[in-house]
Ligand binder design. Sequence first.
Ligand code: ATP
Ligand code: MG
Length: 396
Amino acid sequence: MNTIVVHYKELALKGRNRPWFIQLLVRNLKSALAGLHVPAVRSLMGRIEIELGRDTPWIDVRERLTRVFGIANFSCAGQGPHDFDALAAAILDDLGDRQTPSFRVAATRADKRLPFTSPQVEREVGGRIKDAKGWHVDLDRPALTIHIEMLPERAFYFFGKEPGAGGLPTGTGGRVACLLSGGIDSPVAAYRLMRRGCFVLFIHFHSYPILSLASQEKVREIASVLTRYQQRSRLALVPFGDLQQKIVLAVPPDLRVVIYRRLMLRIAERLARKWHAKALVTGEVIGQVASQTLENMTTIATATELEVLRPLVGMDKDEIAAEAQRIGTFPISIVPDQDCCTLFTPRHPATRARVTDASAAEEALPIEEMVTSAIASTVVEQFKFPVLELPAGHGP
Ligand code: ATP
Ligand code: MG
């Protein structure tokens, strides 16, 4: 069995964009499997066929495929001819000495012009397997389902299906830029957008050398984990410590967090535009911390004209943590570090900062100059999966 049959969610791919979606999924599959011996990945009448080299380990392929978005399910499959005797023989051969209390054959036809019906395939092939194995047929709750897919020239067969990552193929949703801290929430926010087909750029604000390098190291690790889902990523590391010091000197304590965030959004917007990203993403959640009230979130977002997407806005912390576990970012996020926003942060931030208050406070600051200097000293790093990190480059 050296074929993989990949099924995508038909409904999501209906309409004019369908060929383009499938083309992107094929491209993503090829790059996700890079480095493994995979002679061909091709679209084939409503499914995708992946040819495996003789000694390509299914375990490795499976691991990679579970992280490719746009897949409903996939199976390791064998191939046989249309002839029922020969097809049943091929299936029996691959079943080997496998045992099961009950089974059924579930057949589909990729082409409705084929000279047999699906129930006929199920009866004919199922009957032959039953005769050879003596297994009990259970059409409602079989312990083993043998799937057969009839294509114009040949048939695929497989035993069971692996669940795919769901979502939509990377690249179909456009580009967005995620403000990525070392915390639990923003990596999950980035993942949510990736899963909807967006290509996500990462932007991290750090306060090195005032604080340690820890937050950058954490974010690099998080970026590596997330890159496994979109195959290549870009991380912008923006020095923020000097800017925070300027804010501390000019802005009353209770408004500082809101002003930090507004400045972050302005810088992020500039980077996003440079990278042709169409929206910003944050890990904000209503009421999670004092700075994340509806009033503050609204005031913060008016600093940018870009749409601010907050995919976690209505989630509970434990739901977010569980998702971070599944994605693989949780153990990195919980390592203690000094976040730049804990620096110079007052004990009692304003919970209802108004836009007029924020704008008034910002009058004392050279905002445009601050944004420009932050962009000029931003360092951009590239990430790739399955290939390891590329060397760091300078400047966005
Ligand atoms: P997270 O778990 O993502 O750090 P949080 O619960 O700590 O979020 P805040 O610190 O209020 O919440 O941050 C809200 C959002 O602002 C974050 O989810 C993230 O998108 C962005 N953000 C905060 N700090 C940074 C930073 N240092 N670099 C980039 N983005 C940041
Ligand atoms: Mg945080």
